[in-house]
Design a protein around this ligand. Sequence first.
Ligand SMILES: Cc1cc2nc3c(=O)[nH]c(=O)nc-3n(C[C@H](O)[C@H](O)[C@H](O)COP(=O)(O)OP(=O)(O)OC[C@H]3O[C@@H](n4cnc5c(N)ncnc54)[C@H](O)[C@@H]3O)c2cc1C
Ligand code: FES
Length: 509
Amino acid sequence: MTETERATGKSCWLASVPERPLAAPLEGDERAEVAVVGGGIVGVTTALMLQRAGRSVALLEASRVGHGVTGGSTAKITSQHGLVYHELEQRHGREAALRYARSNQAAREWIERQVDTLGIDCGFERRPAYVYAEGAAQVPSVEREAEAAARAGLPATFVRGDGRFPFEVHAAVRFDEQAQFDPVRYLEGLVADFVAKGGVIHEATRAIDVERGSPCTVVTRRGEIRADHVVIATNIPFLDRGGYFARVFPYRHMAIAATVPAARVPAGMFISADSPTRSFRTAPWTENERLLIVVGEAFPTAAADTVQRLMELETFAAERFGTAAPTFRWGNQDYYAADRIPFVGPLVPGITRIRVATGFNAWGITAGTAAAMILTDAIAGRDNDWAPLYDSRRIGWRGGARSLVRKNVAVAAGWLAERIEQAPPREPGSLRRGEGAIVSVSGKAAAAYRDQDGEVHLFDARCTHMGCRLRWNIAESSFDCHCHGSRFDVRGEILNGPAVRPLRRLDRR
Ligand SMILES: Cc1cc2nc3c(=O)[nH]c(=O)nc-3n(C[C@H](O)[C@H](O)[C@H](O)COP(=O)(O)OP(=O)(O)OC[C@H]3O[C@@H](n4cnc5c(N)ncnc54)[C@H](O)[C@@H]3O)c2cc1C
Ligand code: FES
């Protein structure tokens, strides 16, 4: 197979959701009690909860609701976040593990209630969740996790075999009463309720700044929204204030979905404790078939051969489940917090009218819903037991100081190296159709892409966020930034923030 045959596209959720007309982009200025920026699970859930708390809410989304990280998620609705409870106990103590567990359980239950009461058709299915140890080496960590999770009050059991394992494993920790769904249809269900009750959504409207004040002003290129409170739910805050770029780190994953023979359908949701991580579940597809969704290990954005990663996932799915070539291939990324706890709360100490939520460690379906509860309670003036654990004003180094320092040093070193490095030798003329690369133009680095008609498009190779050198992502045909995770398509448009400006086009002369 060639690289182009392994090209990625939309996730299975985004490719199959019914078309909805675009919610009208912002035109001119508006006023709301709360402006929520970002239409993923955090933004949509927060907007709906605040509306139910009696606030007038306007939601701004740069592209389409659900088309961000949420739309590429594996979408397990679970409090089982890998082997997190043992780690939380070690780093932050038992009370922290307990709060983390309670907040995620409450989020899981809230999601289930919405699906039920709003009648959302989103393939919601209850399933047990497993972290399994295929090799003997990981058995002790799985056993420790089962004990820590049980101490945190979760329905966790250490199992050596319960007849549900899809292949031979040594042991696993099983969480009962967990679930899975289609995250995009779920968000569409929440959006329908929000809009029906008078909520305002503007899609294709990117916020480029937020001015602090009373009210605050959310600035876009199409107008401004003045609001008493602003929630930045853009996965990573796009504002420089708060230093989030040095506290959470972008990691990408490749994913595939393929129809799976009926006899090989795994009876639950699974993630490996062994490396490389494999996370999988199934979803309803046709009348007689289910889709197997497999997500691979995390790698720092712009630092891996994405085609190779996809090939490894395809081999895993074929060998373990007898799948043929995947129907869907995609990539997705989330931000990881060094101390394993998301940051939820004020943008910076002392500014309580602008709030953020980030660093979900690839578990934001529940943690993002819990974040929405915390943000809503704060704005509605209600106490929230979990808020101190997630407080965005903490530095975020506890138990993660070494990795925090290491990652920041790596970003800084990469940034410096790029400034002294010679421009790469490749010439734009050497690009094949459909190929991109960082090339040399008059001795300077440029991001270049040759389209299917043979025309070469050239852009400044510096990320518009803080100027790091972009890298070409083969499988996803994008220019990615390793510093803080911004990504751009072959037209230079933003795929992932924190950047708020497209790439600068270069004159080909
Ligand atoms: C491969 C993978 C698998 C995962 N699987 C699971 C799982 O099984 N279970 C689980 O719990 N979690 C999972 N997660 C994590 C979970 O999907 C995310 O944590 C969660 O979806 C993040 O939601 P969000 O609202 O923060 O971000 P998003 O969904 O990305 O929403 C942010 C939105 O903000 C918009 N935006 C960005 N900048 C601006 C701007 N300047 N102005 C306006 N709008 C803007 C974006 O377009 C986007 O729509 C997974 C993550 C990955 C990467
Ligand atoms: S994302 Fe920050 S420099 Fe590129």
